[in-house]
Design a protein around this ligand. Structure first.
Ligand code: MCA
Length: 509
């Protein structure tokens, strides 16, 4: 499994650099595979002393830094469950995740102290919250100081592939976010598949610019490099000029990003005259890659982007090939070991080629279900084990798949999923809001922009800025509307359902 393989790498190439932390373009920390193993053991000893046992949920609301990497690996190696959380979550969202997952231990950034402290009394399962900063990591070093790697060296590696090791919260069209339970087996299947498909190499150098609290940055990028025994350059913050400088000067061989980031690279003044032809693999995912961006990237940097498709519940599902045709507008072919089919959304009968239907996936990469939500888990799978992605697509006769939209009401902004019902619920709490409908309008930079169409209560008065601020206090900033449009009434069908397509064609213009 992944952790066995990583331990093997740590033992066989202890001198090799595993992770370098980079601020702007300067390396601030460097850890070898040998040091990684020792510090992960020390972290496991600390976690055990704090009472963490297999199956416990340990949440990480930390910025990108080594403490995150050590904790994440140590939690999984103890048989516990890592729950990475966006540091941008305001108190309300954070409280929900901590409560729903019955988190035992929370590691949070010192910067979110004021957000977190008031919550603690309301969370009986939470034994402790430990604040660690990432600047220089001194708080984390002090935390580990009393423990030795030897204290945890006898802890066996997890052996049950069906044991959950990672929980990623995703939302849906109804209800609150749910925790997708990913197992050791899921992670390993996905990594083995990507290793083959993308030809990961031991001498690869990955420039890592994504957040660590999502599948893309955590599993596909960081785990991918660790699984290969490669080196990760962990940029603490994406900045186009710095990223380009590192891609060329280090030089890097692998880069993974979302379309918004690729767009910023192409548009950066620093991109003039830059070639990335030395790079082996540059992927794009988490959102549809616009055709014009695909072409511009190639014209500019001399590299054809490799577009792939995945989701939190299933990791990576489809990918354009490393060798062979990278087809514009297509998300490629099923990854090794992954089955993909297109079905009629109503009857679930398999569709012939070139006919649009729901994309369904089956394989060892697919999560075992949603945390403590047996009904939602049952609803997400067909009786014969296919996972219903909620995305629409078609299969071409030569096996390439193309996405054609979403069956679910979902907005993707800069690679982050935004579920309109969550935003609508937040808006509904405002006393001046009678009704609202949240839509995604096409946006060159972000892919889609969150726009709220609002009906005010009679006699109430609220302006756009106030409603945006209201949402920002309740939701992570990327979920808050960027625009609010006031209307007298929402268009509804005879059953009372808001006609979002009409709103999109009227207001997205
Ligand atoms: C930041 N802001 C955003 C977003 N990101 N608003 C909408 N959508 C966003 N994605 C806010 C900031 O908080 C800020 O708010 C303002 O927009 C401008 O911020 P800026 O400094 O320009 O943004 P940034 O901090 O540079 O971030 C942009 C980013 C980031 C680097 C593109 O959004 C990012 O890292 N996206 C990647 C997301 C990702 O990894 N997704 C994978 C999900 P203010 O107004 O307060 O200044 S996993 C997944 O989807 C599946 C499994 C898959 O297939 O991969």
């Amino acid at each position: 499994m992944f952790l066995d393989r990583l331990q093997q790498t740590c033992l066989t190439q202890p001198e090799k650099v595993a992770v370098e932390v980079i601020e702007a373009t300067v390396t601030t920390q460097r850890v070898t595979y040998g040091e990684l193993e020792q510090t992960v053991l020390q972290t496991m000893a600390m976690l055990r002393a704090k009472g963490v046992t297999p199956g416990d949920r340990v949440a990480l609301q930390l910025p990108k830094c080594l403490a995150f990497v050590y904790l994440h690996l140590a939690i999984m190696r103890l048989g516990a469950i890592a729950l990475p959380l966006n540091p941008a979550y305001p108190a309300r969202e954070l409280a929900y995740f901590l409560e729903d997952a019955e988190v035992r231990l929370l590691f949070a950034d010192r910067q979110v102290r004021d957000t977190v402290l008031p919550l603690l009394h309301h969370l009986p399962a939470l034994h402790e919250c430990i604040f660690v900063g990432c600047e220089g990591e001194d708080a984390f070093d002090r935390l580990l100081a009393p423990y030795q790697p030897a204290d945890a060296v006898a802890v066996p590696l997890p052996t049950d592939p069906n044991a959950t090791c990672l929980m990623i919260y995703t939302s849906g069209t109804t209800g609150r976010p749910k925790g997708a339970e990913l197992t050791h087996g899921n992670l390993t299947a996905n990594l083995a598949s990507l290793h083959t498909a993308w030809g990961w190499r031991n001498d690869d150098v990955l420039l890592h610019v994504l957040p660590l609290f999502h599948i893309h940055g955590l599993l596909v990028a960081l785990h991918g490099a660790l699984y290969a025994g490669a080196t990760t350059l962990l940029m603490t913050r994406f900045e186009p000029a710095h990223a380009l400088d590192l891609l060329v000067k280090r030089p890097c061989s692998v880069f993974m990003a979302v379309p918004t980031i690729h767009r910023r690279l192409v548009d950066a003044p620093a991109a003039a005259g830059v070639s990335l032809r030395h790079m082996r693999l540059i992927t794009s995912g988490s959102d549809r890659l616009p055709d014009d961006l695909f072409a511009q990237f190639e014209a500019h940097f001399g590299v054809r982007l490799l577009e792939r498709y995945g989701m939190s519940e299933a990791g990576m599902i489809l990918s354009n090939p490393l060798h062979g045709e990278r087809r514009i507008g297509s998300v490629g072919l099923p990854l090794p070991g992954v089955e993909v089919r297109i079905v009629d959304p109503e009857t679930e009968a398999p569709q012939p080629d070139n006919v649009v239907g729901e994309v369904q996936v089956r394989g060892a990469n697919v999560c075992k279900g949603y945390w403590r939500q047996p009904e939602k888990t049952a609803a997400a799978f067909t009786p014969d084990g296919w996972f219903r992605t909620g995305d629409l697509g078609l299969r071409e006769p030569d096996g390439y798949f193309t996405l054609k939209g979403r069956a679910k009401d979902l907005i993707i902004s800069g690679g982050y999923n935004v579920y309109p019902p969550e935003v609508e619920l937040a808006l509904a709490e405002h006393p001046a809001v009678e009704a609202s409908a949240v839509i995604g309008c096409p946006d060159v930079e972000w892919g889609e922009q969150v726009v709220a169409i609002v009906v005010q209560r009679a006699g109430a008065k609220v302006d756009e800025a106030a409603l945006i601020a209201f949402c920002r206090a309740r939701l992570a900033v990327y979920k808050a509307p960027r625009r609010v449009i006031f209307v007298d009434a929402l268009p509804r069908n005879p059953l009372g359902k808001v006609q979002k397509a009409q709103l999109r064609s009227k207001f997205c213009g």
